[in-house]
Structure formats: structure tokens, C-alpha cells
Design a binder for this molecule. Structure first.
Ligand code: F6R
Length: 366
């Protein structure tokens, strides 16, 4: 049931304050100082001593995996590799007892991801699943796992499942960070608080939908678009570009902002919109220069910035503000305007938003 919404995708975008909360509900202690993930309790000793994490997934779930890579490395100090399931499965993966493999899949039925974990089964590595569909094949064939609790996702373009996957990965990274003593009790608590505040902050972004729709109207007829970000917002750039191409059929690519000058900047002219994700403090100055480089070549810049930003506001053609937050949770906020922008562009182009051409919700063929 779409309720008051015109499309399932729009409904699912708007559900995210609730679905993210559903994902962490009951998994954070009353005093907000600890995380409990019942589904991985049995394998906790293996997780605490894991030497390496290998994340396998496809599409949007693979983008969530890239966010996970930053989180596990930064907060739990565990080295991570993120693999396309389709590539991983056809290699001869080198896995050992203390390796931890995490399969991420909304449907839990993606053929390549399932085949990848069957391959891992032949080794001594521990396998975890992060799935949305309870009882799905991947959730059954893993040693342990954590459900995302995003509720059934109908729109073919994944939105709420993505933010719930990132919520689970954040909880896992913080929990392991604390158990492995990579995070102090106060840092742990502080980051948990930041996560708890995310749903409220997303509600604020959703209130700005009309402004994002105005930007969509300006760019609805373009043929190409670039997305750029750094650090935790680089995977969000990839996800933003994927959302746009899937449902509006506009050719879009995401890049780490620093890679622009190694090639893609050659594409910039007055017809090229560049979506710049500039909401993280760590790389703010660098993003400012990347935006200058695009403007110097007459590109159009739509920047996602932190509320109250003064510098980029003067340089960009359009800005979209998101509430101030800790960098660790910035992907959860920054992706929301990109989902909304893609939705409105696709709508204005007359595309079938919920069922884009050539795509299926669950890819059970290889
Ligand atoms: C994009 C999208 C796909 C899926 C991919 C993996 O919006 O939905 O890229 O993310 O097919 O699907 P799951 O997560 O079900 O394994």
C-alpha cells in the first residue's frame, strides 16, 4: 500500500526516519552506552579476533559495503576489502580461519552474492549476513548475521534498505571497536548518541523536499551528471549516481573528488552538472578546491553542505543543506537529498519510478 504517496520509492524515502530507528531499536542499551547485536553473539570471539574483513555484495549493497569499509577501519581498526560478489566468486579467494566475510543483501537472494558465500563455505572463514528479508537464502546460509529491519522494500531502486544496511554496519563497527578497545567508552557512547539522532535529522532534510524538486526541474533534461565526494561520502557519490541512472536513465558517474583531475574533469563544460558532497569537516577545504576547479570550467555545481555553510554557498549554483552531524553518520544524511533528487528528475521525465526498465528487484540470475 502506497498510502498517501504517488510511488513506493517516495514512500520508502520518507519512511527512513522510522526504518533506521527500527534497525537500531532494541539493540542499544537504555543508558545509550552499549550496542547489542543478538544475531552475532555466538560468533563474537571470532569477530573480536578477526584479522581481516571481506565484504561481498552487489549494486547498492556494495556501496553500503564501501561505507562499512571506512567505518570498520576507522572505528574498529580492522583492515577491510570490499568485493563485487560477481568478481570474488570467480577468483580463487585466499581466506583463512581468522578472516571474516560479510555478505550484504537486501533480498538475501542475489545469485552472485549467494554463490560467493557458498565459495567461502569451503574455507575456514566465518561468514556473516546483513539481510533485509528474514529467512532468505543468504540469511540461512551464513554462520550468523544481523537483519536490517527496514520492512519490505518494493521500489526497485533501493533506498531505505541502503540506510538500514549502513545503520547495521555502523553498529557492528562501533561494537567491535569497543570490544577490541579501539574506541574508548566515551567515544563509543558519543558515536551511539550521534546514531540515535539520525532519524530526527533525516526528518529535517525531508522537509526540504520542495527545494530539491526545484533543483530537479532545472536539470531534468541533462544527459550526463557527475557526483563527487571524499572519505565516507565517496560511496554516497557512487550511490547517488546509481540512483539517477537507474530511474531517470541519465548517464551518471560517481568519483572520489580527487580523481576528477585524473580524467573526468575533461568532461566539464557548461552543460555538465556536478553533485558535490561537501558535508564532511575532514575534507572540507579539499572539496572547496574541487568545486572551484569545476566552476573554473563552467560546470554547474549542486553542493550538499552542512547547515550554515558560508563558503560553498557563494561558489555553488545550488546548495542543499543537511543538519550538522558526526562524520561517522554523514552517509546516512547525505544520501537522502540524492534519493529525492533522482526521484523528482525521473518523475519529471515521465519515467516509471518504481519499475525502471530492464531491472528486477531481486537478481536471481547470474
Ligand atoms: C539498486 C539496487 C541494486 C541492488 C543489487 C543487490 O537500487 O537495488 O543495485 O542493490 O541488485 O541486491 P540485494 O541487496 O538484494 O543483494
Amino acid at each position: 500500500d502506497k498510502g498517501d504517496y504517488e510511488h513506493f520509492m517516495l514512500k520508502e524515502i520518507h519512511e527512513q526516519p522510522v526504518t533506521i530507528q527500527d534497525t537500531f531499536r532494541g539493540r542499544i542499551s537504555m543508558d545509550e552506552s552499549k550496542i547489542f547485536l543478538g544475531g552475532i553473539l555466538d560468533v563474537m570471539p571470532q569477530l573480536i579476533k578477526a584479522r581481516r574483513i571481506i565484504i561481498v555484495a552487489c549494486g547498492t549493497s556494495w556501496h553500503a559495503g564501501l561505507v562499512g569499509e571506512y567505518l570498520f577501519e576507522q572505528y574498529a581498526r580492522i583492515p577491510v576489502e570490499v568485493e563485487y560478489a560477481s568478481e570474488f566468486r570467480y577468483r580463487d579467494p585466499i581466506l583463512e580461519k581468522d578472516d571474516l566475510v560479510i555478505a550484504i543483501s537486501q533480498s538475501g537472494e542475489t545469485a552472485d552474492t549467494l554463490a560467493a558465500i557458498r565459495k567461502v563455505r569451503e574455507t575456514d572463514a566465518t561468514i556473516l549476513g546483513i539481510c533485509n528479508v528474514a529467512g532468505s537464502s543468504i540469511s540461512r546460509e551464513t554462520d550468523a548475521g544481523v537483519y536490517t529491519h527496514a520492512g519490505i522494500e518494493i521500489g526497485v531502486a533501493s533506498t531505505k534498505a541502503f540506510t538500514s544496511q549502513i545503520t547495521v554496519l555502523t553498529m557492528m563497527a562501533l561494537l567491535l571497536g569497543s570490544k577490541r578497545q579501539a574506541l574508548s567508552a566515551s567515544e563509543y557512547k558519543h558515536l551511539i548518541k550521534e546514531l540515535i539522532q539520525v532519524p530526527k535529522k533525516i526528518e529535517e532534510i525531508l522537509k526540504e523536499e520542495h527545494k530539491i524538486a526545484e533543483i530537479a526541474a532545472v536539470y531534468k533534461d541533462v544527459s550526463n551528471a557527475l557526483y563527487m565526494g571524499r572519505g565516507l561520502l565517496f560511496p554516497v557519490a557512487l550511490e547517488g549516481a546509481l540512483k539517477l541512472k537507474e530511474i531517470s536513465y541519465i548517464h551518471a558517474e560517481g568519483y572520489p573528488a580527487a580523481e576528477m583531475k585524473h580524467g573526468p574533469i575533461a568532461l566539464i563544460d557548461e552543460n555538465m552538472p556536478v553533485l558535490a558532497l561537501a558535508a564532511n569537516d575532514e575534507s572540507y577545504e579539499k572539496m572547496v578546491s574541487n568545486i572551484q576547479e569545476v566552476k573554473a570550467r563552467k560546470g554547474k555545481v549542486i553542493a550538499v553542505v552542512t547547515k550554515g555553510d558560508k563558503i560553498i554557498r557563494k561558489m555553488a549554483d545550488h546548495i542543499i543543506e543537511i543538519p550538522d552531524c558526526h562524520e561517522a553518520v554523514s552517509p546516512l544524511l547525505a544520501v537522502i537529498p540524492l534519493q529525492i533528487l533522482s526521484y523528482h528528475i525521473a518523475l519529471m521525465r515521465g519515467c516509471n519510478v518504481d519499475q525502471p526498465r530492464n531491472l528486477a528487484k531481486s537478481v536471481t540470475v547470474e
